[in-house]
Structures are given as C-alpha cells and as structure tokens.
Design a protein around this ligand. Structure first.
Ligand SMILES: NC(=O)C1=CN([C@@H]2O[C@H](COP(=O)(O)OP(=O)(O)OC[C@H]3O[C@@H](n4cnc5c(N)ncnc54)[C@H](O)[C@@H]3O)[C@@H](O)[C@H]2O)[C@@H](O)CC1
Ligand SMILES: [K+]
Length: 510
C-alpha cells in the first residue's frame, strides 16, 4: 500500500521528519528540485530548452532548485518568477540567490521566448498550498503553458499541476495539464482521484528524505493506494488436500424475469473467483432461466410472487443455512417491504453480506435497518445509488467521494465500496483504500454484478472485510484492464470479465 497524504498531513510529515531525523526543510527542497530536474530532462527533446515557471511559495522554490540543476548540467534554461518576489518564502529566497550565483536571473514572464516541440515547461507555480482560483499573472501563465503544450512542448509539474486542488483533486477553471507530475515524498489525493489524476499525466513519486515513518505521525483519515502485490497476497495459495467444502458456499439472492442475466453473472463470477459452491435463490418463474446459464449453478425457488417482502424471510433464512456468504440485490424484484426484509434477514443471520443494486435502493428508504446486522456488511453502490443512500445529488457524491464513503462506513458500521473511476473502499472509523485498476470500458451493464460475485466469493472463502473488498475491487479492475486489451474499451462487455478473472488468478499464481 502507498500512503496518500493531504496538504495538512504533508506538513505534519515534514515536521515529523525534522523531529525524527533532523531533516532540514532546505534539504527536502533540494532533493525535490533535483528530482524535478531529472524528470524534466527525461522528457526533453535533443537540445530542447527548459522554461521554469516559479510561484511565490515553496513549490516555486522547488522550481528554482530544478533550474539550478538543469543549468549545472549544461542545458538552456529560462526562469520566471510569477507574482510578487517580495513574498517569496525564506527557503525560496535562498534558492533564488543560489540560482543567481549560477549566473541566471529570473525574467519577466512577458519576456520569455515561445516554447514548442522538444522544449519542456517546468510548472512550479503552485503545489499543495493553492488556496483559491489563480488570477491575473498566474492565470496568464497557466493559459500560456496550455498554448505552448498545444505547440508541442512537454509539461512537468512540480508536486501538483498548478490550478489543481491537492486534497480534493478538483481543478479550478484554469489548471495546468501535465505530461509528468513529480510527487514529492508521498502521493496526494490529486494524483489518485479523478478528475485530478487525468490532469497529472504520468505520476512519478520520488523520495525526498521524509522517510516512510513520517507518515505514521500524521493525523486524520488514512488514505491508501492498493498495489497489485497487496491484493495478490490476500488470496491464499490452494493446498492440494482440499475439497469444495474448503472454499465456501455463496447464496446469491438476485434476478427476476427480464433480469435473470444479473443473477447468472453474480453466480458465475463467484464461481470464477474460487468459491466451492453457489446457490441462487430467486422467484420460481426466473429460476430456470438463471440456471440455464451454466450447469454449475444450483437454485432455490422462493415461494410467493412479486416483489420480495417480509413473507420471504423464512425461506431466505433457511436458504442461508450452511452458507458462508450472501450476495443480495442485482435484479431483485423490489417493493415497499424489501428494505425491511433485508433488515430482518441481516438481524437474524451472521454470515457476511454484500448488498448491491436494488438491495441498496431498498435500504435507502430506511438506512437504520443496517444497524441491526449481526454479521459484517459490505455495500457496493455506484455514485447514483450512493446519491440515493445519502439523499444528495450524484454530482455532490462525486465531488466528495472520500468523505461520503467514509461517513457512510462509519455511521452505519459497514464497509463501503464506492464505485467509479478510482473506486474507493472505506472501512468504519478511518481507512479509505483507493483502487488504481479498471478503465472506461467497464462502464457497461453487468460489470457491477460481476464485482459483487467476486466480493461474495472472497468472503465465503473466509477473507475478512475490508481486505476481501479491496482485493475483489483490484482483481475485478485488473480483469477489466486485461479484457480491454482483447476487446477494446468500446467492445468490452461484462461477461468478458468472467474470462479475464481467470487471467488475473493465473498472473497471481493462484
Ligand atoms: N511539505 C514538504 O515536506 C515539502 C514541500 N515542498 C513543496 O512545497 C509545496 C507547498 O508549499 P507552500 O505551502 O509554500 O505552497 P505553494 O508553493 O503551493 O503555494 C503557496 C503560496 O501561494 C499563495 N497562493 C495560494 N493560492 C494562490 C492563488 N490562487 N493566487 C495567488 N497566490 C496564491 C499562498 O499565499 C502562498 O504564498 C509542495 O507542493 C512542494 O512543492 C518541497 O519543497 C519539499 C518538502
Ligand atoms: K506545480
């Protein structure tokens, strides 16, 4: 896992590094600027010129250091200080003097030569300290960077592209779009969450002397980026002397006439994710169609008809006997009593439960039913479902993804998977995991059903929350990335993921 720190947490980490190993901030800036110069060199064309744009804060100081290293390496460099030089931080002032000692003085922004193909712009206007929309000279500079980039210049951003808010990953109306962003010390939300992530280009995190330990000293919510090795390590290697009983039995409550495919996709993805047995419980008229999708699927017909309601409680309780996990929701017939049924069911049994799709819409009417759950609960809403659960608009949810997921997890004492580009997994009370896998090709019907099947399968195999959730999300996204290579983003459909889940397990030696 990689820690992802907010601006406040970065300052705390810096203070901790100073306290712990006496790391002076000037040395951190020196290391940051040097790494920035290396990144700038790596994307320059032969003989290309470097234009370094520095702002008033320490981000600008990093730019001044980078300019010095580029000059020392013999490159053609021009530097501009945008804003009031009297406001420079002490550390930046020192580096301005050092630069002048190398024979280079900042020029007026208007006096800079044009840039184009082969050239590199080093964007050191603002980093984590950006507080409001850039205006005046800063706005002009950001606009000019965009023009030079259209003319073929490459852009390397110091820490965060200027105009992008580090903590929320939301850009102001004017924002630098970078080819490479050099993240100093730790990743920031702007690098990992959309829309910021797309504005950063290739993110390269570099060590600057803070030391990994310094992140342990920070306060507030813990944001973590899941890495492939983390997910792989969660899945145990199979021992030879095992049988289907070793790997658990999932009950899938899903499907209705017209939506039998949803139930089949949950069941098949659970089967493709290592579970021993899968049983689907659904209304009698839907059951044969679900089972016809694959002979491995077992079925239980729920007596009664129409929407699921309190009358289904006893049948579901007995269906859950001997089961190790429950997945409920995709394609279920929903009615006025469905939410209460789910509440009663979760209060009566202690198997881990995944609620998805219409099970989420059903409990949205009265979320407190979830507080009665005896076993661990995982909710897997997409932003629209989360908006219904939270009683806000989808846009609101998308602008506050981390806070929304964490609040819901904490207030209901459940694990929450908030789907969408960079799916978040929040556990009650503190940690939020960011998933880096997946792609826009997965924005197609049924991929969510496949995810809930993977979650159910891992839970039935005894993997606990939130591990089961972030591992399932990682594997599902990786399956999507592999599927997109075969099908293209345009051609990818949900059942492709069933095949490529296999490729994920093969890649992980499972
Ligand atoms: N925390 C750390 O450990 C390190 C931080 N470093 C650098 O320091 C940066 C943070 O430095 P700062 O906190 O000085 O912040 P910034 O350099 O991002 O900018 C802060 C300055 O810009 C001004 N400002 C903010 N928004 C503005 C706007 N819209 N228009 C005009 N002025 C505006 C502020 O008043 C302040 O003077 C990091 O992003 C990184 O580049 C590095 O030097 C190395 C170590
Ligand atoms: K920057």
């Amino acid at each position: 896992m990689q820690r992802v720190l907010t601006a406040v947490q970065m300052r705390e980490a810096e203070a901790a590094a100073q306290e712990r190993h006496g790391m002076p901030s000037g040395l951190l800036m020196e290391n940051a600027g040097r790494a920035l110069a290396d990144a700038a060199r790596s994307i320059a064309g032969p003989g290309g010129r470097f234009t370094v744009l520095c702002g008033p804060g320490n981000n600008g100081g990093d730019g001044l250091v980078a300019a010095r290293f580029l000059l020392e390496g013999g490159a053609r460099v021009v530097v501009s200080l945008v804003g009031d030089p009297a406001k420079l931080t002490a550390e930046s002032k020192r580096n301005l003097q050092a630069l002048e000692g190398f024979g280079e003085s900042p020029r007026a922004f208007e006096a800079l030569p044009e840039s184009g193909a082969g050239d590199v712009i080093v964007d050191a206007l603002f980093g984590t300290g950006l507080r409001r929309a850039p205006e005046g000279a800063f706005a002009d500079a950001i606009g000019t960077v965009a023009r030079w980039r259209r003319a073929g210049a490459k852009v390397v951003a110091a820490d965060v592209p200027s105009g992008l808010q580090s903590d929320t990953a939301e850009p102001f109306a004017l924002c630098v779009e970078a080819d490479v962003t050099v993240a100093f010390g730790f990743l920031k939300p702007a690098h990992e969450l959309e829309p910021g992530a797309s504005l950063c280009g290739d993110v390269r995190r570099v060590d600057i002397g803070l030391g990994g330990e310094s992140a342990r000293a920070v306060s507030g919510a813990e944001l973590l980026r899941v890495e492939e090795q983390d997910a792989r390590d969660v899945i145990p290697a199979r021992r030879a002397d095992t049988h289907k009983g070793t790997y658990g039995h999932v009950l899938v409550v899903a499907g209705s006439p017209g939506k039998t495919g949803a139930a089949a996709m949950v069941a098949l993805s659970a089967l493709r994710s290592g579970v021993g047995l899968v049983t689907v419980a659904t209304r009698a008229e839907a059951l044969p169609w679900v089972m016809a999708h694959s002979p491995e699927i077992m079925g239980i017909a729920l007596p009664g008809e129409g929407p699921l309601g309190k009358g289904d409680l006893e049948a579901l309780k007995s269906a859950l006997e001997g089961k190790d996990a429950l997945v409920m929701g995709p394609g279920i017939p929903r009615g006025p009593e469905t939410g209460a049924l789910i509440g009663d069911l979760l209060a009566a049994v202690d198997v881990p439960a995944v609620l998805d799709a219409d099970a989420l819409n059903a409990v949205a009417e009265d979320l407190t039913v979830l507080r009665r759950a005896k076993g661990p609960v995982l909710l897997t809403p997409h932003p629209g479902e989360m908006a219904r659960l939270w009683g806000r608009t989808t846009k609101d949810v998308q602008q506050h993804r981390v806070g929304v997921a964490l609040n819901m997890a904490t207030s209901l004492n459940v694990t929450v998977v908030l789907k969408g580009s960079r799916t978040l997994i929040a556990e009650p009370g503190g940690r939020v995991f960011i998933n880096p896998t997946g792609n826009a090709g997965m924005a197609t019907g049924g991929t969510g059903d496949v995810l809930s099947g993977v979650c159910g399968a891992l839970l039935a195999q005894g993997i606990k929350l939130p591990k089961a959730a972030w591992t399932a999300v990682y594997a599902h996204g990786l399956a999507g990335d592999l599927a997109a290579k075969r099908r293209g983003l345009m051609g990818l459909i949900a059942t492709d993921l069933l095949e490529d889940l296999g490729a994920v397990w093969v890649r992980w030696g499972r």
